[in-house]
Design a protein around this ligand. Structure first.
Ligand SMILES: CC(C)(COP(=O)(O)OP(=O)(O)OC[C@H]1O[C@@H](n2cnc3c(N)ncnc32)[C@H](O)[C@@H]1OP(=O)(O)O)[C@@H](O)C(=O)NCCC(=O)NCCS
Length: 215
């Protein structure tokens, strides 16, 4: 079994542990977190803060995974990704066994696919993304790096989504729509038009309520 270190001990970490244990490919050596009072998550020990990561890598653990979730801001995940890559870690793709992914889907490193997610053929998912529980991404979509597709989102065919974008829980995006970078789509929105970069859009149909919005 290959050794892996997890970064971030919040709720998202529990689901990542669940995926890794179901795969039988990685041995989790521990979790790093900034909160020194935590002891363990699901019996996996918290072994220190992120300043330990270089030593862990030098000790022979060359896989890592980001377990920090995101509600509407992906910056922290992006910063951690860069620091893990600078150290030299590999970030695998983690796919829950109860997701359905076409063999004609391309997924880049550090991305996790949660239980019940469905991704159809011709779709490309970037690095360090979260494709969350029960979400549907139809054929021929593009999802940029560091983007979070929240639980129960439905994305129709041919949708392009930029990087650092957050698609809120339970929202829907109709076919062929383009979403820029650093976009936030509010929970329950129905997106029927293109949304420019750095915008926050909410509602049915989704309207932009804030620009120069930093995700
Ligand atoms: C859109 C969102 C990011 C806005 O958060 P925020 O920046 O704190 O904004 P506010 O709560 O100040 O809301 C701003 C306005 O938008 C409205 N609004 C916020 N979220 C909305 C939504 N999902 N649908 C419709 N209107 C919404 C608010 O009522 C408020 O309206 P007002 O100015 O008339 O009072 C947040 O409400 C949201 O929907 N987050 C998604 C969370 C998610 O996906 N969680 C799953 C994680 S796994």
């Amino acid at each position: 079994m290959k050794k892996i270190i997890l970064v971030g001990a919040g709720g998202h970490c529990k689901v990542i542990i669940d995926i890794i244990k179901s795969q039988n490919e990685f041995e989790i050596v521990g979790i790093t977190d900034k909160n020194p009072e935590l002891n363990n998550i699901l019996d996996i020990p918290i072994i220190g803060d992120d300043s330990k990561l270089k030593q862990i890598y030098d000790d022979g653990v060359d896989n890592a995974f980001i377990c920090v979730g995101s509600l509407n801001n992906n910056n922290l995940r992006s910063i951690i990704y860069k620091s893990l890559k600078n150290i030299g870690f590999k970030l695998p793709v983690l796919v829950h066994k109860n997701s359905i992914i076409s063999e004609f889907v391309y997924i880049e490193e550090g991305t996790c696919i949660m239980p019940g997610a469905i991704i159809n053929s011709g779709t490309c998912i970037g690095k360090n993304c979260i494709i969350n529980t029960g979400s549907l991404i139809e054929h021929d979509c593009k999802v940029g790096d560091n983007t979070h597709i929240s639980p129960n989102v439905s994305i129709a065919g041919g949708v392009n989504i930029g990087f650092n974008t957050h698609i809120g829980i339970g929202s829907s995006i109709i076919q062929g729509v383009n979403l820029g970078n650093n976009v936030t789509i509010g929970a329950g929105a129905v997106v029927i038009n293109d949304i420019n970069s750095n915008s926050l859009a909410v509602g049915v149909p989704a309207k932009i309520i804030r620009i120069n919005h930093s995700v």
